[in-house]
Design a protein around this ligand. Structure first.
Ligand SMILES: Nc1nc2c(ncn2[C@@H]2O[C@H](COP(=O)(O)OP(=O)(O)OP(=O)(O)O)[C@@H](O)[C@H]2O)c(=O)[nH]1
Ligand SMILES: [Mg+2]
Length: 367
């Protein structure tokens, strides 16, 4: 299961362009117009350590981790009001792990702005409000249902309904004050209850300010200024010239790098987006080397060896015996797994070992 990221934003903000920049235009889904099926595309997670491992180990294949991007077809404005589109949209959005909000900053006379004028702050606020409205509607619906269920409920169901009600009332009050759920300090119990709902303002949010080519020289200062008030818990903001990145994504690597250098851009659009996305989601990478293949995997920071094994295959989790682990740095120092084994740097770890970023792990299991 790869990480899923939903791309939202106002109409004509550059969502599809950003999607194409990230996926190299490899999307599927037969999207044609607003409200129809979304574009779904996969991107390989850029991971420089994979290349270093490949140079050292000469594997048959290197297999990067993947991220799935979903370009939500319709404009998310009016999410709540337009119930028919809203319902479909919500279902699509509910399943993503994080959201990217594309905000228009480029100017182009031939493409009128849907709101009549260019205003980054207004558009960010509009989208935040849409997400908040959607969550408020959800809390209200759920509170109604709890009220009904309480009528005939006996303990212990009654207790659990009352607890849920209490949490929802608190969340609703915060939403009414424009505080997104991702900024709340929830207890473990509350967080568990909330996880069932897939609230949109609970999802990590990356705001991508889509700048024009002419704005690239000012990108860093614009980003710093925006970041000073939009970098909040589980929320980050970056600038990206999606149109240029989409064009560069069609070129081969060396040509793209040449053009990037001319624009003073050090990283690809995908790298620019993946890094903050991974930070927001609390994701780290570990590697496996099996049958001549070096593979990268993404897991939540704090995941134990047992769950990490399950990420690869449910059989590996079920039949887990132990894990043989070496850190990336140690392996690099040794120059190879046999050398590391000789030096005794391969550790045997049990189910509860917390996998660290960069670990090279071999799972021992039986089924
Ligand atoms: N000049 C300029 N045009 C851009 C830029 N980014 C996107 N566009 C153009 O803006 C138009 C809308 O971009 P899309 O990526 O289709 O935006 P969208 O949000 O998917 O739009 P809809 O799905 O049609 O609502 C397209 O014609 C793009 O080529 C940019 O940085 N500069
Ligand atoms: Mg589009």
């Amino acid at each position: 299961m790869s990480v899923n990221i939903g791309i939202i934003g106002l109409a004509k903000s550059g969502r599809t362009t950003t999607f194409n920049a990230l996926t190299g235009g490899q999307g599927t889904g037969g999207y044609t117009k607003e409200g129809s099926a979304p574009h779904i595309g996969i991107a390989n997670v850029p991971e420089p350590r994979l290349k270093t491992l490949a140079d050292m180990l000469h594997p048959k294949r290197i297999v990067p981790a993947e991220v799935t991007y979903i370009d939500i077809g319709a404009s998310v404005k009016g999410l709540v009001k337009e119930t028919t589109i809203g319902g479909q949209l919500l279902a699509q959005l509910s399943n993503v792990d994080a959201l990217i909000n594309v905000v228009r900053a480029f100017t182009d006379e031939s493409i009128p702005h849907v709101e009549g004028s260019l205003d980054i702050e207004r558009d960010i606020a509009t989208m935040n409000l849409e997400l908040t409205f959607s969550d408020l509607a959800l809390t209200e619906r759920r509170l109604e249902r709890i009220k009904e269920s309480l009528k005939g409920a006996k303990p212990p169901e009654r207790q659990s309904l009352l607890r849920e009600q209490e949490t929802l009332v608190r969340i609703k009050a915060e939403l009414e004050k424009d505080v997104p759920i991702r900024e709340l300090d929830l207890t473990t119990d509350e967080a568990r209850t909330m996880a069932n709902y897939q609230f949109l303002t609970a999802k990590p949010l990356l705001i991508v300010v889509n700048i024009g080519e002419d704005q690239i020289p000012q990108a860093a200062s614009l980003e710093a200024e925006l970041g000073s008030h939009h970098s909040r818990p589980k929320c980050a903001i970056i600038t990206l010239c999606s149109k240029l990145e989409m064009e560069l994504a069609q070129l081969d690597n060396s040509a793209a790098e040449g053009f990037r250098a001319e624009f003073g851009l050090r990283e690809s659009g995908l790298e620019r987006i993946i890094k903050p996305s991974y930070q927001l989601l609390g994701l780290i990478s570990f590697f496996t080397i099996v049958s001549g293949e070096v593979k990268a995997w993404s897991i939540q920071n704090g995941t134990n060896a047992l769950k990490a094994a399950g990420k690869i295959h449910s059989d590996m989790e079920r039949g887990f015996i132990r894990a043989e682990v070496i850190s990336y740095d140690d392996l690099l120092k040794c120059g190879g797994l046999p050398e590391a084994r000789k030096k005794g740097l391969l550790r045997l770890e049990g189910k509860s070992y917390i996998v660290q970023d960069g670990d090279i792990v071999t799972f021992l299991f039986n089924v």
